[in-house]
Design a binder for this molecule. Structure first.
Ligand code: F6R
Length: 230
């Protein structure tokens, strides 16, 4: 069942998210699944300014673009270094390698690493279409980490980070929905009106592959933090 927490004030919402991380650390959790995207920027800022200590923890990111050099400022590895890892380093951090010669093999290896590590916690944002990671509508719930073709709507949503939509990569490697759902605790953060439809489908709708996040409806420990009244 979903533990819904509605906090209208954005600063308070991110303070609560930081507290959830601190509670995890206090419980002894040490393997964290992390996310990128605009939603995470204020959270990582708050972490950077706090005394939270990840130096004995491991992290695994949800996804990475295929074919974008790691040095590109919009690669997810760059995003993580800039926003979090340069300020709060983990003992060990993994992202899928978007420059791998064989992305399909890279995805399979990443899934293997995830299975060996066992995530204590997974942080998620949500796409306007209900995607989690880059699991777009129609993705089977049991898919492991895999290579995806990004939808036009997702490329358009992410074009704001690039000079033009033509520069947005067309593929990515993403944890699968099943990889995400194996995490013991999941925290989803949804901020802003654009996320209303997806969140409404999560809270009020049936589980359907058309809205990937609904796969988590019966997760044992799923917290949804939002500023939206539903
Ligand atoms: C990011 C990710 C995506 C984003 C989602 C929301 O690693 O996997 O699913 O969480 O696209 O992005 P923002 O936060 O930019 O609205």
């Amino acid at each position: 069942s979903i533990k819904l927490e509605i906090i209208k004030n954005e600063d308070e919402l991110y303070t609560r998210a930081l507290e959830i991380f601190q509670n995890e650390l206090a419980k002894g959790s040490n393997t964290f699944g992390l996310a990128t995207g605009g939603t995470m920027v204020p959270l990582y800022e708050k972490m950077a300014a706090s005394d939270i200590d990840f130096s004995k923890c491991n992290s695994f990111n949800l996804d990475e673009y295929v074919g974008l050099p790691a040095s590109h400022p919009e690669s997810y590895v760059s995003f993580m270094k800039t926003n979090l890892f340069s300020k709060k380093p983990f003992a060990h951090s993994e992202l899928p390698n978007g420059e791998a010669a064989d992305p399909v093999a890279e995805a399979a290896q990443y899934e293997e690493k995830l299975r060996n590590a066992q995530l204590d916690f997974q942080l998620l944002g949500i796409g306007e279409n209900g995607h989690i990671g880059f699991n777009e509508p129609g993705t089977p719930f049991d898919a492991p980490t895999h290579v995806v073709e990004l939808t036009q709507s997702t490329r358009e949503a992410n074009a704001r980070f690039f000079n033009s939509i033509d520069e947005v990569p067309t593929k990515a490697i993403t944890m699968g929905i099943s990889s995400i759902a194996r995490a013991k605790t999941v925290l989803l953060i949804a901020v802003g009106e654009k996320k209303r439809d997806a969140l409404h489908a999560l809270i009020n709708g049936e589980a359907t592959v058309e809205v990937p996040v609904t796969a988590l409806k019966d997760h044992q420990d799923f917290i949804v933090l939002t500023d939206l009244d539903l």
